[in-house]
Design a protein around this ligand. Structure first.
Ligand code: AMP
Length: 316
């Protein structure tokens, strides 16, 4: 049985299906979660299909997650999308179901679930959800709302079709999705727009980024720096890609101070793989987009020295 058949068979067996995604979601996490939910609701109207996880106002344009009672997990199939590691799953109850399926496009460092479908080469989990639909058109239907959500996920995770993960298949899937009844340009616009605090923070990032001779770059966004911008929850995400627009920058780290005063590292690269470096600091991720956490400023210094070395070695 192909993996697509295995997943469909499991879906058919369960009356309740609960879909989880990762904490601090991005458009791909939400697009793949709610897109799959819409496909399953439309295809199996008698099933109960629920989306778990915290609702963020900034993502209301994509839809809403559901209130789920503990006892709904007892006989449920849980599908976890777009989440590499179990601690990152939003809502700890993800392992309370009867069966679990993992669908993801991150490196499979934490292999969990009774059935796993992990394609690290795929641009996004939303692309995989489309592939799942396309492999099972005899049983599945795609409402336009699902197409909109999956398109939004692909746009988000490919940086508007710019990152190297964007394959010819990604374009094919996007082209197919845009044949449905929704405005792709409206989705593009929403994902591209930023609010005024974020525009001001973007200016700060360009003004204050340190660019080393190697092409490694970094910026520390401490509480003190961030406070005057009056940003919302996790809104530093939108500035993470900005240093990559600079020709001289090859790989970069943005250190964002957390409530416990540690620093979340948001690491990106246009050249060398940086996920091994992230792993060295207890994190992980994709070759060109990774993350980790460091305790304090002293560790930031060590991390920057390591990043500088990675970029220097790459250019030799
Ligand atoms: P972010 O900068 O949070 O968008 O993270 C980019 C990618 O790095 C994510 O898609 C995750 O795969 C990975 N990542 C980020 N933080 C961590 C972490 N603390 N541990 C493991 N992987 C992480």
């Amino acid at each position: 049985m192909s993996i697509n058949e295995q997943i469909l068979t499991a879906i058919k067996q369960y009356q309740t299906i609960i879909i989880h995604r990762h904490k601090r979601p991005d458009p791909d996490a939400i697009g793949s979660q709610l897109g799959l939910a819409q496909i399953l609701k439309a295809s199996f109207p008698k099933k109960t299909v629920l989306a778990a996880g915290k609702q963020y106002d900034g993502f209301n344009w994509m839809g809403k997650t559901d209130e789920i009672a503990d006892d709904q997990y007892a006989h449920a199939l849980v599908i976890v999308v777009d989440t590499a590691n179990q601690p990152r799953v939003d809502d700890d109850r993800y392992n309370k179901g009867q069966m679990m399926i993992k669908i993801d496009h991150h490196p499979n460092d934490d292999a969990f679930g009774d059935v796993m479908w992990v394609e690290p080469e795929a641009s996004s989990t939303s692309e995989l959800i489309y592939d799942f639909f396309a492999a099972n058109t005899a049983d599945l239907v795609m409402p336009s709302e699902a197409a909109r959500l999956l398109y939004a996920g692909i746009v988000g995770d490919t940086g508007r079709f710019m990152y190297p993960s964007t394959s010819s298949h990604t374009f094919e899937v996007a082209a197919r999705l845009t044949t449905y009844d929704f405005s792709a340009s409206e989705v593009n616009k929403i994902e591209d727009e930023i609010d005024i605090p974020l525009a001001r923070l973007s200016a700060y990032v360009y003004e204050n980024l340190t660019i080393l001779d190697s092409g490694a770059a970094y910026l520390v966004l401490s509480d003190k720096v961030l406070a005057p911008f009056k940003l919302g929850d996790d809104s530093t995400s939108a500035v993470v890609p900005l240093p990559g627009k600079i020709k001289d920058v090859t790989s970069w780290a943005i250190f964002v101070q957390q409530k416990d005063s540690s620093f979340r590292i948001r690491l990106r690269s246009k050249g060398p793989a940086i996920n091994e470096l992230a792993k060295k600091y207890g994190g992980g991720g994709h070759p060109l987009a990774s993350g980790a956490v460091v305790e304090d400023e002293a560790h930031i210094k060590a991390f920057v020295a390591d990043l500088n070395q990675v970029v220097t070695d790459y250019k030799k």
